[in-house]
Design a protein around this ligand. Structure first.
Ligand SMILES: [Zn+2]
Length: 485
């Protein structure tokens, strides 16, 4: 919250460059390695403000995966790596972009995006973790700083929007990305700075492998994934995976990361059932052709090598084709062996709800919340199920309670609040909740409209009015900042 208030004040000063830095650049000498001196370029507060604006811009420009299980897995794997990195206290945020291109990227403020295509291409957890550790290293080694410097001619929201557009591959030009006030030269400058130098890449590989090893994950995951990408370039022809265009994988790079991995040795975790279940979930739920996917998982489940992930995929594929009885049968087999696994329980509850067995579904969510108290994923499912079961009042009190937890203040949770309050709450509450959703999706105009509508309702207490006014003021300052340049 504090950061948002800072933004308006920041704009004129945001991203200004220290004179010494400009001098060294003008002199054409080699760019300094920022390391500890980086503080002079952008303050942590400015970086966080840029990061938040970047994330809002990402939401406005692309589709993110909203599946709670997939996000939860990526978040946990990411934070396990961060804990083993050089900056364990840096506030990283991980999100999944719905895009088949094999890509991952690091934005300002520790926002790390992973494409669905990358998760599906990785064959085990250590390969996915290898790429994530590499991106984390770009942040901890402050490789993005020169891109911020190039953005210093723009206002903070414009710079954030531009960086988002480039990293998402939305557009190199400004008009397509809907970013006003950015010249082609400015866009080009940022683009160049976002393409990390070879030295940056080498360092990110080196630090990333170290992070993998420290976190107990097989460091061979990185060379293994590079090798897979290298091989795939033959199959892709001209259609080279996105990640390769910014991260050229040469045999030299593979060999180097391989010899680094050798220093740490194997004997670390290579894979996890959670990775395989999450990847399978993504594969089945995102499939354009559920019938073909069902056929594929039927064949996979018959193989002698088949395990729980294949059976889970089969259950989901049955469910997607409407064969709920078959789906539940497969899930019950899985739950017999592994009854406490949250992903089986939430999937089963979701299927029961689909079948109209509302009380059974709600009970299963409640039991699961008793097993994992405060679990965000299960809480969200439970609240959505309460709404579906016609218990909006209970849903509303649950979601309000959930929002006391700062981690829960995400767009999907605010959406649940808006849905619950539209049925059972005062009308202004729906406006307030919707305003937060619009804000998080980067639409300040609609967010402001919602708050103004909220204030027009009767029956608000003075305290509520004051809170809404204060929030409105913050949104207005942000809007003014956006139009500044
Ligand atoms: Zn890189």
């Amino acid at each position: 919250m504090i950061f948002r208030r800072f933004i308006a004040g920041l704009l004129s000063a945001a991203l200004t460059v220290s004179p010494t830095f400009v001098a060294s650049e003008v002199a054409g000498s080699n760019l300094p390695d920022f390391g500890d001196s980086s503080g002079s370029l952008i303050s942590p507060t400015q970086e966080m403000a840029l990061g938040e604006a970047f994330m809002r811009s990402v939401r406005a420009q692309t589709t993110l995966v909203t599946d709670p299980e997939i996000n939860d897995y990526i978040d946990r794997l990411g934070h396990r790596l961060v804990a083993a990195s050089d900056a364990p206290n840096y506030p990283f945020t991980f999100f999944v972009v719905n895009n088949p291109a094999v890509n991952a990227f690091a934005g300002p403020g520790g926002y790390i995006g992973i494409h669905t295509g990358l998760i599906l291409t990785a064959q085990n957890e250590s390969e996915l973790a290898g790429v994530m550790a590499h991106e984390i290293a770009h942040v901890t080694q402050r490789h993005l700083l020169r891109a911020y410097e190039s953005a210093n001619q723009m206002s903070l929201p414009t710079a954030a929007g531009m960086i988002a557009a480039i990293l998402l591959g939305v557009a190199a030009g400004s008009t397509e990305a809907g970013i006003a006030g950015v010249t082609a030269v400015q866009a080009g400058n940022i683009q160049r700075q976002l393409n990390f130098t070879r030295a940056n890449e080498k360092e990110a590989d080196r630090i990333g492998i170290q992070t993998l090893a420290r976190s107990g994950i097989d460091p061979y995951g990185m060379p293994s994934f590079f090798e897979r990408l290298h091989q795939s370039t033959r199959l892709y022809g001209n259609n080279v995976p996105e990640f390769l265009s910014t991260h050229p994988v040469t045999s030299n790079r593979i060999a180097e990361s391989m010899s680094r991995a050798e220093q740490y040795g194997r004997g670390k975790e290579r894979d996890s059932l959670e990775f395989q279940l999450t990847r399978t979930r993504l594969d089945v739920l995102e499939s354009d052709n559920p019938q073909a996917t069902l056929k594929q998982y039927r064949a996979l489940a018959k193989k002698p090598s088949s395990g729980p992930a294949e059976r889970y995929g089969l259950a989901l594929a049955y469910w997607r084709t409407g064969a709920n009885d078959q789906a539940e049968k497969q899930l019950r087999i899985l739950m017999k062996d592994d009854p406490d696994r949250a992903i089986y329980r939430t999937t089963m509850a979701r299927m029961l709800l689909d079948d109209g067995q509302k009380q059974e579904a709600l009970q299963l969510y409640r039991d699961t919340l008793n097993l994992y108290p405060g679990n965000l994923t299960v809480s969200q499912y439970y609240i959505a199920a309460l709404i579906e079961a016609g218990q909006a009042k209970k849903a509303r009190s649950e979601v309000v309670r959930l929002l006391r937890n700062k981690q829960a203040r995400t767009a999907p949770v605010y959406e649940l609040w808006a849905r619950a309050s539209s049925v059972s709450g005062p009308a202004w509450e729906t406006n307030v909740a919707s305003a937060e959703v619009y804000y998080l999706y980067g639409n300040l105009k609609l967010a402001t409209d919602q708050l103004q509508q909220a204030l027009a309702h009767k029956g608000l207490s003075e305290y509520e009015q004051a809170r809404i006014r204060a929030r409105l003021q913050e949104f207005k300052q942000l809007m003014a900042a956006r139009e500044h340049k």
